[in-house]
Design a protein around this ligand. Structure first.
Ligand SMILES: Cc1cc2nc3c(=O)[nH]c(=O)nc-3n(C[C@H](O)[C@H](O)[C@H](O)COP(=O)(O)OP(=O)(O)OC[C@H]3O[C@@H](n4cnc5c(N)ncnc54)[C@H](O)[C@@H]3O)c2cc1C
Length: 374
């Protein structure tokens, strides 16, 4: 086994799944998370089959599905709520898993956090890496509290604004895609049984997904509004104003929100490190290496696939350098395809009426191709 002791930097979905997968293979894992508290935010997430498969491989699927809402179709609607069509969504995790599950991010993260602790990972919160010194044999790490550690491999899983990327010499930075998103968690209406997307309204798109027996999340994709609005407490009145014109269940959900509802507003960004994600014994994975606009809802799935495959390869028989090259040859083409198709969908949303635009086709082709093993 080429690695025995690994440092994981960042305890989001990527870092948590990686820590778990490594610990389950007998690796000694330290995880540092910059936030002093470790929890997931309360938003919804669409967890597709290939992500469910990764969660199953690290043993948390049952717990996630105990609260999540599985479904195998997606409906496209007009802005007034009238049905355009219902699409079956491909089973990207295999026929024995739902094609999709809607979940509360905090439920997913809590399941991961509990499993990480239960597998003996040494978790340190409110801490990050200050300095890395690597040789061909190991990486010496100095943390921000002055403590030090020696590792066979250091993995940055610190998200789209990764500091680890720069620390190991990767220069790519995220860039705005040209669209923004309002998100809320709301009471789930009885009729909502799968994700639905509303096209042709005054903004790029509106939609929702059930995420638990009693909750759903709803969103509105808009142009980039004033950057000062970015944050977890954007005005609900603004979301209502921007979403005026969307009817059906979406309109009903938004109208029913209490006035103090937390509205998360952010600009959507993307990044791709379109080259090796490793530099010697240091590397980045997950959103730190590739973050796509959520038009196919595959971001976290790509992150989890990275984590599971990396753990498998660096605890296998190949020397580390070979294992990492092997990892890149399997991950980069797949991630590149998802990112390119997500950006294409975003471009079509932003420029409606583009000749040849066919979002349903690109969405279904992407998901179909992801049914092949990661
Ligand atoms: C609006 C939106 C909707 C989305 N919807 C979906 C969806 O429905 N389905 C889907 O599959 N994907 C979706 N995604 C993508 C998905 O959320 C991300 O791909 C995924 O959460 C990234 O996980 P991560 O662990 O790599 O990064 P993050 O979730 O960003 O986690 C990084 C972690 O590292 C910590 N950290 C940051 N800096 C440091 C540091 N210097 N040192 C130590 N720790 C650090 C952070 O506190 C955090 O805990 C969506 C993304 C967006 C923006």
């Amino acid at each position: 086994m080429p690695v025995h002791k690994v440092l994981v930097v960042g305890g989001g979905i990527t870092g948590s799944v990686l820590s778990l997968a490594l610990a389950q293979r007998g690796t000694d894992v330290d995880l540092v998370e910059i936030s002093p508290q470790w929890f997931g935010v309360g938003h919804g997430i669409t967890v597709q089959g290939n992500a469910l498969k990764a969660l199953r491989s690290v043993g948390v699927l049952e717990r996630v599905l105990a609260r999540a809402v599985p479904f195998d179709v997606m409906r496209l609607r007009r802005a007034d709520g009238g049905l355009i069509t219902e699409l079956s969504t491909p089973h990207t995790g295999g026929p024995d898993l739902p094609s999709t599950a809607g979940a509360l991010r905090s439920d997913l993260q809590n399941a991961l956090c509990d499993a990480v602790y239960a597998h003996g990972v040494q978790v340190r919160l409110g801490l990050t890496v200050e300095r890395l010194d690597q040789s061909s044999e190991q990486v010496d790490v100095t943390f921000t509290d002055g403590s030090t550690g020696r590792y066979d491999l250091v993995v940055g899983a610190d998200g789209i604004n990764s500091a680890m990327r720069g620390l190991i010499g990767i220069t790519q930075r995220p860039r705005p895609v040209g669209m923004s998103i309002f998100r809320v968690v709301a009471e789930r209406p009885a009729e909502m049984d799968c994700a639905e997307v509303y096209y042709g309204g005054p903004r790029f798109k509106a939609g929702y997904s059930p995420i638990s027996a009693s909750q759903c999340y709803a969103y509105l994709l808009d142009e980039n509004l004033d950057a000062s609005l970015i944050g977890p407490r954007a005005p609900l009145a603004l979301m209502r104003e921007r979403g005026a014109g969307y009817g059906g269940t979406w309109g009903k959900v938004i109208a029913s929100l209490p006035d103090d509802t937390a509205v998360d507003y952010r600009w959507i960004e993307a990044v791709l490190v379109d080259e090796d994600w490793h530099r010697g014994r240091t590397m980045v994975i997950g959103d730190a290496a590739h973050a796509c606009p959520p038009l196919i809802a595959q971001g976290a799935a790509m992150c989890m696939e990275d984590a599971v495959l990396l753990a498998e390869l660096v605890t296998g028989d190949e020397p580390l350098e070979k294992a990492l090259d092997h990892f890149m040859s399997r991950r980069l083409p797949r991630v590149r395809m998802v990112l390119a198709n997500s950006l294409q969908l975003a471009a079509w949303e932003i420029n409606p009426g583009t000749p040849g635009a066919d979002p349903a086709r690109i969405m279904s082709e992407t998901l179909q191709s992801l049914t092949a093993a990661a």
